[in-house]
Design a protein around this ligand. Structure first.
Ligand SMILES: Nc1nc2c(ncn2[C@@H]2O[C@H](COP(=O)(O)OP(=O)(O)OP(=O)(O)O)[C@@H](O)[C@H]2O)c(=O)[nH]1
Ligand SMILES: [Mg+2]
Ligand SMILES: [Zn+2]
Length: 292
């Protein structure tokens, strides 16, 4: 029996990386009965059936630290929320939804702002927005090779999922950090015209300096998982930090008077764009609640 990590799953085969090799494995039937299916990121035990062809069976899935559903992956140490300064234009509600999802699952978040070669000023402005939340931010460019060392530092020794819209440059960034992944990339106009992602499946790539990165197909739309609107303030770290002085317990920080979150907003300690996302997500979640 060997222990390894599932780095890819295609057509009923799981590719399990052990210390030395990568085994292609099928899952034992009992997983299906227990409605437990192996996923990328899982630490598993395997029974090797062929030591030359490197084949075997997944016999056990070790307890998962966490799970993400879009992309489908487990045991993530960092969600690197990636967007481009422009081309495509960032959608901050979408970005903040992703961050909220990670916060709800207690997955650490960092922000990667790519294509800074296209607009330095905007890149710095967006960086400040997320620095105010307390998230680590890397402003970089796959195209001109800017700040790739900071990106490498962020990824070192962790299993990191890159998440973000199609075309923001996730695959380009992974190629640019010099790991010769040779991931396919595609032009933004192609993606829009054909409505197709260049990256088609989810795969974890081992990094030479330690850790794994997950390249995933970008996603254009994203549904917020079913959270209670009451939990939303706790999923915005900068709101949590500033809500101590609100007059009302359970303040929504939207319509109530004497709200220390709104004071912080006026003082520029919370960014307008994040607050706008907060309000929009709050309304969305409140509606879901009312249907139930
Ligand atoms: N100007 C500029 N263009 C970039 C940069 N990074 C990537 N691109 C371009 O943006 C386009 C999309 O890059 P991809 O790496 O395929 O994007 P992706 O996020 O992997 O997209 P999906 O796989 O569809 O989710 C390509 O044409 C890249 O050449 C950058 O830093 N600056
Ligand atoms: Mg890609
Ligand atoms: Zn308040």
């Amino acid at each position: 029996m060997l222990e390894g990590k599932i780095i890819k799953g295609i057509g009923g085969f799981y590719y399990v990386k052990t210390n030395e090799d990568i085994y292609s494995c099928r899952a034992r039937g009992k997983f299906r009965n227990k409605s437990l299916t192996p996923m990328v990121g899982d630490i598993v035990n395997i029974d090797v059936t062929d030591t030359e062809k490197l084949e075997g069976y997944v016999t056990e899935i070790l307890p998962r630290k966490n799970e993400l559903f879009r992309p489908l992956v487990s045991n993530i140490d960092l969600l690197l929320v990636t967007f481009a300064v422009t081309s495509p234009e960032p959608s901050f509600v979408l970005i903040d939804k992703l961050i909220v999802t990670a916060e709800a699952r207690k997955i650490p978040v960092a922000i990667c702002i790519n294509k800074c070669d296209l607009d330095e000023e905007k890149a710095e402005e967006y960086a400040r927005t997320y620095e105010l939340c307390g998230y680590p931010v890397v402003v970089c460019s796959a195209e001109i090779g800017k700040n790739l060392d900071s990106l490498r530092e962020l990824l070192r020794d962790k299993t990191t999922a890159l998440a973000g819209n199609s075309g923001v440059g996730k695959s380009s960034l992974l190629n640019a950090i010099g790991e010769s992944f040779n991931l396919k990339t595609g032009s933004v106009s192609d993606k829009i015209q054909r409505g197709k992602h260049t990256t088609r499946h989810t795969e974890l790539f081992p990094l030479s300096f330690g850790g794994y990165v997950l390249d995933t197909p970008g996603f254009g739309s994203y549904e917020l998982e079913r959270l209670s609107f009451r939990d939303l303030p706790s999923l915005f770290p900068e709101i949590t930090r500033h809500e101590g002085g609100c007059r009302f317990a359970g303040c929504s920080h939207i319509k109530e008077p004497d709200c220390s979150v709104k004071d912080a907003l006026i003082e520029g300690k919370i960014s307008e764009s994040r607050y706008e996302s907060y309000k929009e997500l709050y309304e969305q979640l409140k509606q879901i609640k009312e249907w139930e």
